[in-house]
Design a binder for this molecule. Structure first.
Ligand code: AHR
Length: 331
């Protein structure tokens, strides 16, 4: 009697193990791509532009933290501001059969081939922060990021208002972002359109500082040598503006007074310079895209429809507003 019941217990336990194993096997085949480790964790391949600015560092932190909070496995690649590295990373993600690919394209052009490869592999792509100029919009599911033309326009409109009483020429120098990138192209466009309202406002020099402090400093030094009268600097991001501060001070001029400085981003260092009176105006560009990106990754993986364009909410800051906002600034 006793040995028969022991045998029954062993058989039941064995059957339980078999059942659990077959459930796990079903789980594996259901994941269809992904980590292949038997759980349903979404695997997101993300190709980041690089680490060129305070904005970019904050953006990377936001994406890594949001992925961890959402239970998404993140495969992160830093392209060091090179398009060929981003293309290589995207091809690796395709090979690894990730569930979703997201990337912030360093430049606007030249993505069609690799995006087509992702589409053929049935891996949905999300653009974050920067756009591509592909005519075929079916190559990606959505674009999450700022309206860069608007940022440039807001910067220009503020300047038009400040200089409305100017009776003579107002000489502007412009530090552009990375050549061929969406924020450089769009901010330039928006700013130029806005300042066209006052013919006294003239861009006398415009060159790329590649969105870096070192680039901003170096190009500003050249601007100062070549242009005896500079009234305004429009820098496409805070970091270039911060680099330019060093060049302006070294040239014996007072930033924020002798030269009006307008930038974009509103990262902490930029906001500090604004609160200290060294910058005069900042159009905000938010890097905190992580949580929205994770929501979108879940939705596209589930096959849900998502809006083709999701625009980030942003504002602008004067010196007074920067003083108020600084203590609670998150990046
Ligand atoms: O694409 C966003 C821009 O890229 C930010 O304004 C700049 O700081 C960054 O490098």
């Amino acid at each position: 009697m006793r040995s028969r019941s022991t045998a029954r217990t062993v058989i039941a336990a064995f059957a339980g193990v078999l059942l659990a194993a077959s459930v796990a096997a079903c789980g594996n085949s259901d994941t269809g791509g992904g980590s292949g480790d038997g759980n349903d964790k979404i695997v997101l391949g993300f190709s980041q532009v690089g680490a060129e600015s305070g904005w970019r560092t904050a953006n990377t932190t936001s994406i890594k933290e949001a992925a961890a909070a959402a239970g998404i496995e993140l495969k992160f690649d830093d392209a060091q501001q090179k398009q060929e590295n981003q293309i290589k990373a995207i091809r690796n993600f395709i090979q690894q059969k990730v569930d979703v690919i997201a990337f912030s394209p360093v430049v606007e052009s030249g993505w069609d081939t690799v995006l087509k490869e992702a589409k053929d592999a049935k891996i949905p792509v999300i653009l974050t922060d920067r756009a591509v100029d592909s005519a075929d919009k079916s190559l990606y599911k959505t674009f999450l990021g700022s309206d860069f033309v608007k940022e440039g326009r807001l910067a220009g409109e503020w300047l038009v208002e400040q200089k409305k009483a100017a009776s003579g020429p107002v000489n502007i120098v412009e530090l552009q972002g990375t050549t061929g990138s969406a924020p450089a192209n769009d901010r330039k466009k928006g700013f130029a359109e806005a300042i066209a309202a006052n013919p006294n406002l003239k861009i006398v020099a415009s060159q790329s500082g590649d969105f870096t402090r070192a680039g901003g400093k170096q190009v500003m030094e050249q601007f100062l040598k070549a242009n005896p009268k500079i009234d305004v600097l429009f820098a496409h991001n805070d970091d270039m503006g911060l680099g330019a501060l060093e060049a302006i001070t070294a040239a014996g001029k007072t930033p924020g007074k002798d030269i009006t400085i307008i930038t974009v981003d509103a990262v902490k260092d930029g906001m500090q310079a604004l609160a200290d009176g060294k910058f005069n105006f900042i159009a905000e560009c938010s890097p905190l895209l992580g949580p929205q990106l994770m929501d979108l990754a879940k939705k596209v993986k589930a096959g849900e429809e998502v809006p083709a364009r999701i625009e980030t909410e942003e504002t602008t800051f004067t010196q007074e507003q920067a003083k108020e906002a600084l203590p609670n600034r998150k990046y």
